[in-house]
Design a binder for this molecule. Structure first.
Ligand SMILES: Cc1ncc(COP(=O)(O)O)c(C=O)c1O
Length: 345
């Protein structure tokens, strides 16, 4: 059996999700974009869980983020974020292509935007500078290795934005991981934003789908933009049924994923040939820097042992999810040991 640690989205749906999807397949799907009863149940559950007025089921978190940017920024306007944000690095320049919006980048550490720089970016608009339509935060921060923005930090950014009259969007692809790491409810983090995007198919294990949540009038408009972006999926009750199981039964177990990511990091730190500080692992993502082997070469050798890890700049990325149990952690560490000691080819 291959152990796939490249991302959490590789995890397959649980048997409970498969059963829920089979039951949903028996139900009529509805016709209009918000008529499907299963989708409506998911959207209400997501809105209530996040403490926001309404929510919209979207195919991907990229689409949810881009709908938010489109609704907040007119062409020629800017959104404040940082250079390593997923909306900047990994969404195929969608803000420019779909909304005519450009990022206004501020310095950041581990995804946390520098407060003074955000303040400066939000004030002092004049005829030469783009008007700022949105602030985007990302929690957990994927390119820093799943680092977690604290509640106080998020509240401070939210307050600056509120004073400037600029809405905040939270790219919470892994929001529930962040909430778990902080020991707070996801709604407490969501309260620092006007709109929130989160994946159902990463740590929460659904086969696909994401949520965009926000005020009622924002979501009403989001339905139109989702259609414009090609995401007006119907019937969507079958994936929505898995999403309900994800929100109802997969949130509380995320602490196990975090403990296993930490166990992986602890085990890797003990090996010759890997640089890693286990203290930097704050959620379910491990970034391990190989010495003497390139990340590509190490990934290839590990693949030969049935372990899939992702070369990620100078690192190998390993992401825990519900299919990674304690045995998988041990097998992964054994494969690293075999490869690094030269026992395995
Ligand atoms: C922080 C962050 N935002 C957004 C996304 C996009 O998610 P999706 O693959 O559902 O479009 C990802 C995916 O990895 C992510 O890590």
């Amino acid at each position: 059996m291959v152990i796939d640690l490249r991302s959490d989205f590789v995890a397959r749906p649980t048997p409970e999700m498969v059963a829920a999807m089979a039951r949903a397949a028996e139900l009529p799907g509805g016709f209009g974009p918000r008529e499907d009863a299963t989708v409506a149940r998911l959207e209400r559950l997501a809105a209530d869980t996040l403490g926001l007025a309404d929510a919209l089921f979207c195919p991907t978190c990229t689409m949810a983020n881009q709908i938010a940017i489109h609704l907040r920024c007119r062409p020629g306007e800017a959104f404040v974020t940082e250079a390593e944000a997923h909306v900047v690095t990994s969404e195929s320049a969608a803000p420019a292509a779909l909304s005519g919006a450009m990022p206004k980048l501020v310095p950041a550490k581990g995804g946390a935007l520098a407060i003074a720089a955000v303040e400066a970016a939000l004030t002092g608009a004049d005829a030469q500078r783009a008007r700022v339509g949105l602030v985007v935060m990302e929690n957990t921060h994927v390119r820093s290795g799943g680092t977690v923005l604290g509640l106080e930090h998020m509240a401070a950014i939210a307050e600056l934005a509120r004073v400037a009259g600029v809405p905040v969007h939270l790219d919470g692809a892994r929001l529930f991981n962040a909430a778990c790491a902080l020991g707070v409810a996801a709604a407490e983090l969501a309260a620092c934003a006007d709109s929130v995007a989160c994946n159902l198919n990463k740590g929460l294990g659904a086969p696909l789908g994401a949520i965009l949540a926000g005020p009622a009038d924002f979501i009403a408009e989001a339905v139109r933009i989702r259609q414009m972006f090609g995401g007006g999926w119907r019937p969507a009750g079958i994936p929505a049924a898995a999403g309900i199981v994800a929100l109802e039964s997969m949130v509380d177990r995320l602490a196990d994923d975090h403990a296993r990511a930490r166990a992986l990091a602890d085990g890797l730190a003990a090996l010759d040939g890997i640089d890693i500080d286990p203290e930097t692992v704050e959620s379910n993502i491990v970034l391990a820097r190989p010495r003497g082997l390139t990340p590509d070469a190490l990934a290839e050798a590990l693949a030969g042992e049935g372990i899939l890890a992702l070369p990620f700049g100078p690192f190998l990325r390993l992401v825990s999810h519900h299919e990674i149990d304690d045995d998988a952690v041990e097998e992964t560490l054994a494969a690293f040991r075999a490869v690094l000691s030269g026992e395995a080819p």
